[in-house]
Design a protein around this ligand. Structure first.
Ligand SMILES: NC(=O)c1ccc[n+]([C@@H]2O[C@H](COP(=O)([O-])OP(=O)(O)OC[C@H]3O[C@@H](n4cnc5c(N)ncnc54)[C@H](OP(=O)(O)O)[C@@H]3O)[C@@H](O)[C@H]2O)c1
Length: 286
């Protein structure tokens, strides 16, 4: 049996849909069934929080491989490690963790450092592991959909830094392939989209697809923090995101790989297709 965490999220729900399409049975540990984006009858659902060890132990019964993915939170590292330890104790033989491209021994920013430290913990447990280290998610652009819809522009503190944005759904499909296939043990996959570009180029690609001007405004880190602070209540999260964006501005995500295409046997999703699929979210406000 395969167990998915994060199955109401972007990566986890894509992994679930890929498993459903492939006819592979799985179980999902979720907090809120109302947030499911797939047919609940297509999977075994265990309802509970990752901070509830008894629920996690119940969800892990009879599981051979598991996906670890959770949103960023001060307790993320603690809960993912606890999950991994309980999984190893329960006899799970393969753990697949969604990490980040910047996870590395010399990472200092909180989010990539936490990912790397969690990877190290998983690697110490004596089970097979695979780490998925994605670049910047295209879905992050949906946070700016309102701004693009209202003002044909979006602002980020990223200067002319490049990223090779990846569709989070591709990360989920890769997770499904890794959970069900052979030869992925002890692999850290660096996952990117198909094009390395700065955000002026991102804006130009989106404009071409939407058929109207879209511009990128390079914002100062201070202005970014001020705007973000209106939406993020947690000081921990605000600091962690600002720190991460400073690293991205300095070029931490300027890398493109063919790993998604190699693993999925089709090209990685491109920004044009993503923009077309979410065009309604970017549509002008009338
Ligand atoms: N955004 C990026 O550009 C980017 C790039 C590289 C890596 N990443 C990494 O990707 C991961 C996030 O993936 P995502 O975008 O798929 O996340 P997401 O859409 O925010 O979903 C997070 C999932 O985790 C679940 N969750 C959170 N806390 C939980 C808890 N205490 N117990 C049980 N479930 C819990 C959520 O459940 P609810 O629905 O109940 O909240 C949801 O299913 C993070 O580790 C991040 O560092 C992100």
């Amino acid at each position: 049996m395969i167990l998915l965490t994060g199955a109401t999220g972007r990566v986890g729900s894509a992994a679930a849909k890929a498993l459903i399409s492939a006819g592979v049975p799985f179980r999902a540990l979720i907090r809120d069934p109302d947030k499911l984006h797939f047919d609940p009858d297509a999977a075994e659902i265990v309802q509970g929080d990752l901070n509830d060890a008894a629920i996690v132990e119940r969800a892990l019964q009879g599981v051979s491989s598991a996906l670890i993915v959770m949103g960023n939170h001060p307790d993320q590292s603690k809960l993912e490690r606890q999950f991994a330890s309980l999984a190893a104790d329960a006899g799970v033989s393969h753990l697949v963790k969604v990490s980040s491209m910047e996870a590395a021994p010399d990472a200092t920013a909180t989010l990539p450092k936490n990912h790397y430290d969690t990877e190290q913990h998983i690697a110490s447990l004596g089970v097979d592991w695979t780490f998925l280290r994605p670049n910047y998610y295209m879905q992050n652009m949906l946070m700016y959909a309102g701004s693009i819809a209202r003002a044909d522009s979006f602002a980020l503190p990223l200067g002319t830094a490049k990223t090779a944005m990846i569709d989070a759904r591709d990360v989920g499909e890769v997770a499904a392939v890794v959970l069900t296939g052979e030869g992925h043990a002890e692999q850290a996959y660096r996952l990117t989209g198909p094009a390395l570009m700065d955000f002026h180029e991102v804006a130009a690609h989106m404009a071409a697809m939407l058929g109207r001007p879209v511009s990128y405004v390079a914002q100062s880190p201070e202005a970014f923090r001020g705007v973000l602070g209106q939406f993020i209540q947690s000081a921990w999260q605000l600091d962690a995101v600002c720190e991460l964006f400073a690293e991205i501005a300095a070029g931490s995500l300027e890398e493109q790989t063919s790993t998604v295409a190699d693993l999925l046997g089709r090209p990685a999703m491109d920004l044009e297709t993503f923009t077309r699929q979410f065009a309604a979210a970017f549509a002008p406000v009338s």
